[in-house]
Design a protein around this ligand. Sequence first.
Ligand SMILES: NC(=O)c1ccc[n+]([C@@H]2O[C@H](COP(=O)([O-])OP(=O)(O)OC[C@H]3O[C@@H](n4cnc5c(N)ncnc54)[C@H](OP(=O)(O)O)[C@@H]3O)[C@@H](O)[C@H]2O)c1
Length: 298
Amino acid sequence: MDRRRFVRALAATAVLPSRAKAQSAPLTRAIPKSGERIPAIGMGTWLTFDVGDNAAERALRRDVLQRFFAAGGGVIDSSPMYGRAERLLGDLLPQVEHAGKLFAATKVWTAFERVGPTQMAESLRLWKLARFDLMQIHNLLAWRGHVKAVRAGKDEGRWRYIGVTTSHGARHDEMAVALKSEPWDFMQITYNFADTSAEPLMNFAAERGIGVIINRPFDGGRLFNRVGARKLPPWAAEIGCENWAQFFLKWIVSHPAVTCAIPATTNPAHMEENMGARLAPLPDHAMRRRMQAAISSS
Ligand SMILES: NC(=O)c1ccc[n+]([C@@H]2O[C@H](COP(=O)([O-])OP(=O)(O)OC[C@H]3O[C@@H](n4cnc5c(N)ncnc54)[C@H](OP(=O)(O)O)[C@@H]3O)[C@@H](O)[C@H]2O)c1
């Protein structure tokens, strides 16, 4: 072997094990309050899981769920606001292999404080679970009224964490008030290439040890329309992106305040693409800026 080939072979053996490890390591994030690690890519169920008795529609969602867990997914976000989604989850979860993986997150969503406890109990019944991992107050709706029952549910072991949500850039001032007022474990908020207005709140939450869940990571799907048929920039390969979904998601979960992003899909192939974002490497600060500039120019 000549010297050049020897050096190349040596370099390959030195680099390969760590590179292989980095590429296969699924991204997890620590929940700031507990240190428990959860997968950084979860899934949402708004619209996508609002399905009734149609067997073909249900089978498609079953496939979505199966691929989600098979790819190392865990966090599923729902709400009584999402029509039949909680019922569907209760029907499908026993049909897919997810032992030790599910991190079940739902919400209370009613303007009436007295209805909150009944609604949260109904959600447990629909999901067919003994407890949730996370109970959130949806869209800050009547949050001052619900907070006592949400806290009591945590104290009594009906869920392990509590949180509060908003979306679409709405009610950030009220969210700031809520974050200062209660010992939340999580805040859920919208953050994506089309809407970065949550950044100050995300940083504020992180400083206070509150986990950050990102909803609408694809701007409800509009980001795909924005890039259209455009090819990924060649440098996206440096951060392991094979498609735009991974480009959008890796940019989000590489923000230091983010614990988890929850993209939603009805399409099993899209689920595979989305879960591909759970693998290293992630963009650093300079690369995030480059990604943002690439989207801004589209
Ligand atoms: N206030 C709140 O608490 C609040 C508010 C909004 C949302 N959320 C939560 O956040 C979740 C996510 O937000 P979202 O559902 O509004 O929007 P999103 O996840 O930003 O976008 C969903 C859309 O993206 C499309 N999509 C997904 N993966 C794709 C892929 N790989 N390629 C192409 N298209 C893809 C989906 O279509 P296909 O079905 O064709 O894949 C769907 O139309 C919700 O489901 C919900 O759980 C919470």
